[in-house]
Unconditional design. Structure first.
Length: 351
């Protein structure tokens, strides 16, 4: 599949820009944006031009490298302090996906570990570290997809929420990776993509990616999940996630926990797909995961010619937490983790 060979986020050949596909314009237009300043990177993350937990981590990694080229001090201590300030600024763009602070932390640790090098040598280390974050994500997505394939069979109906495909990650994706890999191996899935109000990542991005790959996809409104599951059309729910707490509670796009509750009611397995970079052992449970709240205009006016609602207050959390007891399994690059999550996540990933 040709577009599984391209990246939604990459470094320009002259190391001066992070190149992203502007996801806000899809599916109508495919435009690449060159991000060269901290403000441009911040804006692209904040406004979801680049989105999806792993993709924003990769963007932050490359971003810190290109911005390190603009730090003029030759003093390692000052250089590292400035790098930390850049990282802090980028992290403030969005709070929920742990991949963003995790990538920033990894870049800063690389600098701190190599404080005996010259600033120029250090920049080279930062470039390699950012490239590794990217390469490892490609590798992890592929492994996650392999594990995912062991959970389903050809002919299954799969419900998805939001977008956890190549645009949100690298290449295969997490929540959608199994579907692409299955397609390559001759599986026929019937995918029902929740449109995912209010920003329509399911309609604009998931339906687009699956259709482009020749996978049977039907677009549904978010409130149709119960009716679909009751009718027996869904054999599994596949979602990505932005942060997994130590007890297995999982934050993902608003509406995910509703889908999980319905799945439990109808006895449909609910699978969360994520790389280890999305697991945050410092968060004991979902209550500690910071949830992003976004502008009410996304509900009232976005995508409409005129506002569809009166000028009332809007409540617009961008993510929700799915309680671990609703999750059948968390599919990672190291294997399929089942309850009890606290013990089993620790076994798979603990030090
Ligand atoms: O607000 P978004 O579009 O960045 O939300 C993204 C999601 O909720 C995805 O499901 C999640 O980041 C996993 S992407 C592999």
């Amino acid at each position: 599949m040709e577009y599984l060979d391209s990246d939604s986020v990459r470094l320009s050949e002259d190391d001066s820009a992070v190149i992203i596909i502007d996801q806000t314009l899809l599916p109508l237009r495919t435009e690449y944006k060159y991000l060269r300043t901290a403000e441009e990177i911040f804006e692209a993350i904040k406004n979801l031009r680049v989105r999806g937990a792993p993709a924003i981590g990769i963007c932050a990694g490359y971003g810190m490298f290109i911005l390190s080229r603009g730090i003029i001090s030759e003093d390692i201590k000052t250089f590292t302090e400035e790098l930390k300030n850049i990282g802090k600024y980028l992290c403030s763009a969005r709070p929920t996906a742990v991949n963003l602070p995790a990538a920033v932390k990894r870049m800063i640790s690389a600098a701190e570990r190599n404080k005996d090098l010259s600033v120029n040598e250090l920049r080279e280390i930062l470039k390699i570290t950012a490239e590794n974050i990217h390469k490892e994500d490609i590798e992890m997505c592929r492994k996650i997809s392999e594990y995912g394939l062991s959970l389903v069979k050809s002919g299954d109906g799969i419900l998805t929420h939001c977008n956890a495909g190549p645009l949100a990650t690298s290449r295969y994706g997490t929540g959608l990776g199994t579907l692409f890999l299955g397609k390559e191996r001759g599986y026929e899935f019937h995918v029902y993509a929740d449109e995912t109000r209010p920003l329509l990542q399911g309609a604009r991005l998931t339906a687009y990616e699956l259709d482009k790959a020749g996978i049977d996809v039907t677009l549904v409104c978010d409130n149709m999940a119960a009716s679909l599951m009751r009718s027996g059309k869904i054999q599994a729910v596949f979602v990505g996630c932005d942060r997994v707490a130590a007890n297995g509670d999982t934050a993902n796009k608003i509406g995910t926990s509703g889908a999980a509750i319905i799945a439990k009611h109808y006895g449909v397995p609910f699978y969360v797909f994520c790389p280890s970079t999305t697991i945050d052992f410092s968060c004991g449970s979902g209550g500690e995961i910071p949830i992003e709240f976004r502008d009410g205009g996304e509900i009232r006016t976005m995508f409409f010619k005129e506002p569809v609602a009166p000028d009332v207050k809007c409540y617009n959390p961008s993510f929700d937490v799915t309680d671990s007891e609703l999750i059948t399994a968390i599919v990672t690059e190291k294997g399929i983790c089942r309850p009890p999550y606290k013990e089993n996540l620790e076994k798979l990933f603990g030090n």
